[in-house]
Design a binder for this molecule. Structure first.
Ligand SMILES: [Zn+2]
Length: 147
């Protein structure tokens, strides 16, 4: 059985027991959290979050990319979020390589198109987090509640 079949089977079991379908997409704690996609980060137990507590936005490195900002704007402007947390972590892969490291293997498919720059090589996690916040706050769409 492949991974996708296992996921579908587990989801059917999960759905049969799910009792939170009456909740809206608005975060009950009025919180949005931007963090890395690293598979080791298990946010609910790590932060004591329950289903529906926060809007979670994840990408490689937990960067305030245009798409992450778009999600944060929706969370703050339409879903009642009034706090945004940016959480980075130790041993983040985005501190070990740059986008240029991934480009050669993509070049045959992508040609001259390049992915958006999102990495901060050689920075410690705490410094990368500060850089994300500083860059984010300069962007016109960054929600004013978190400036
Ligand atoms: Zn990471």
């Amino acid at each position: 059985m492949g991974v996708m079949h296992r996921l579908v089977d587990r989801n059917e079991e999960f759905v049969s027991k799910f009792r939170h379908g009456d909740r809206t997409g608005a975060p009950a704690q009025h919180l949005a959290l931007l963090t890395c996609m690293d598979a080791r980060i298990h946010l609910a137990p790590a932060l004591g979050l329950d289903i529906g507590d926060a809007n979670i936005i994840r990408n490689a490195g937990g960067r305030a990319s245009d798409d992450a900002i778009r999600s944060l704007v929706i969370s703050t402007e339409l879903l009642g979020t009034n706090e945004i947390a940016v959480m980075h972590h130790t041993d983040c892969g985005m501190l070990k390589f740059t986008n240029d490291d991934s480009v050669p293997s993509c070049r045959p498919r992508a040609g001259s198109t390049r992915p958006a720059s999102t990495s901060f090589p050689s920075q410690r996690s705490s410094r990368a987090c500060a850089t994300t916040l500083r860059r984010s706050r300069r962007r016109p769409w960054w929600p004013t509640a978190s400036r």
